[in-house]
Design a protein around this ligand. Structure first.
Ligand code: LLP
Length: 435
């Protein structure tokens, strides 16, 4: 992946930095992010729009991995930002991210969060539901402040990796149903509002998608709706946001397309429907998360105990697990790994890589083909950059790992390792008295 290589000592390097040195300096478990790869991905998306002459915003879906330094990198790379909570918004503002390029999402934004969005002057709020419309109207009125909005709709297209399903009505907690009048009702509630300025529509059809068909079909459905609103109400749509979800390769079972291919297909679909329906070409916004940071992240662990279950399997345990990567336990997600200090040796052994948490399901990789390992080896698990750290927990009171950024032979801490002091910082002593 990206800048990964093996050096003369047989050590895995990332961004020209020896991972064994990183493990020594920063300890394990450790997330290592290859900044060059993130930049390449970001530029790939932006250039594709540019080449095809389509106005766009490429918003990093920061739920995939959020911290101050990644927001600053996103700013450097001219990305916009998708935030889904007051916490992500706050972090982005603290990072100095330009607020006009922040898009605020969520299916249950609180008044507090919406006010924060107004006070921060975010570029756009993606409106999810009728309750939110009422809150937004009240807040905008009270502040006498206008706000650009997109209406999030569920087009009845749901994509899961290779398959996508289309249903008349989508069973989703997100957005206004496009097919049963809800989206129309929402539009009527906001179209003449003094402060809310409807730019267009948003949809997100799923995650880790390998095919383009779902995106095209969703784009078609949204364009038809825009056309209907133009006919009926003279609506001029300026933005079509088609979400994220572009798949990446975790293991060889995964067969994603090049990230740009999804974008090209989307653009062509929108262009063709704009032509057919006699609509002006809207800006196209996308929200990639996983495909920007997923394969740029590698987790380093130290191998500890081994256990052989005769005739069944051999376990090796590492110093992290479901507390820093919940995806195998939650989604049966698959990963590949290498023994980073023996990266040029043959992978001749099969191990099940277990974590250190008190749950039988805490296995990072079942039946991983690896170099023969011993305690003290450093295991590198690939493609953990998306939804790893961001979904980490303190289960078993395990401190969250540190995060390091590497690029061109340099490295820096992006997030400190949590300490035991951090773990108890919000705990209070028992103070209720008995009897
Ligand atoms: N936009 C919206 C509205 C979303 O809900 C999501 C992801 C994205 C963009 C970014 O999707 P991506 O490009 O990263 O696929 N925790 C799960 C993934 C949850 C995705 C939630 N929404 C996982 O670890 O696979």
């Amino acid at each position: 992946y990206g800048t990964q290589k093996v050096n003369e000592n047989g050590h895995l390097t990332i961004g020209g930095v020896d991972t064994i040195e990183l493990a020594k300096e920063y300890g394990t478990p450790l997330f290592v992010y290859d900044l060059q790869l993130i930049r390449e991905r970001a530029r790939g998306f932006i250039e594709t729009f540019h080449q095809l002459g389509v106005k766009a915003e490429v918003a990093y879906a920061s739920k995939a991995f959020s911290c101050i330094a990644i927001y600053q990198l996103a700013k450097e790379e001219n990305l916009s930002l998708d935030v889904v909570s007051g916490g992500e918004l706050y972090t982005a503002i603290q990072a100095g991210f330009p607020s006009e390029r922040i898009h605020f999402h969520g299916n249950n934004k609180s008044s507090f969060e919406l006010e924060l969005a107004f006070d921060s002057n975010v570029g756009c709020i993606v409106v999810d539901n009728f309750y939110e419309i009422e809150l937004l109207k009240e807040i905008a009125q009270a502040k006498q402040q206008s706000m650009r909005i997109l209406l999030r709709v569920t087009p009845g297209v749901e994509a899961h990796t290779h398959d996508f399903i289309t249903t008349g009505q989508a069973d989703s907690k997100f957005g206004f149903d496009l097919n049963n009048g809800q989206a129309d009702e929402a539009f009527l509630k906001v179209k003449d509002d003094e402060y809310l300025n409807v730019l267009g529509l948003h949809c997100h059809i799923g995650s880790q998608i390998f095919e383009t068909d779902g995106f095209s079909l969703a784009a078609e459905k949204l364009m038809n709706k825009i056309s209907a609103w133009k006919e009926a109400y003279g609506f001029h749509c300026t933005v079509l946001n088609l979400g994220g979800g572009f798949g990446i390769r975790y293991t060889e079972e995964d067969t994603p397309l090049e990230p740009q291919v999804y974008v090209k297909e989307m653009i062509e679909t929108v262009q063709s429907f704009a032509g057919k329906l006699n609509l002006s070409m809207p800006e196209i916004w996308i929200e990639p998360g996983r495909s920007l940071v997923g394969d740029a992240g590698t987790s380093l662990y130290t191998v500890g105990s081994h256990k052989t279950v005769p005739n069944i399997r051999e376990y090796i345990a590492v110093d992290g697990g479901m507390s820093d990567n919940i995806r195998p336990a939650l989604y049966e997600a698959k990963y590949e790994a290498v023994v980073a200090n023996k990266a040029n040796e043959d992978k001749s052994n099969t191990y099940t890589v277990a974590g250190k948490l008190c749950e039988s399901g805490d296995k990072l990789i079942v039946d991983a083909l690896l170099q023969p390992t011993e305690p003290g080896d450093i295991l590198a698990v690939f493609c953990t950059g998306a939804y790893g750290y961001s979904m980490a927990s303190n289960y078993n009171r395990i401190p969250r790992p540190a995060v390091v950024f590497v690029e061109e032979g340099q490295h820096q801490l992006a997030i400190n390792r949590e300490s035991y002091e951090n773990i108890i910082q919000n705990d209070l002593a028992l103070s209720l008295k008995r009897g």
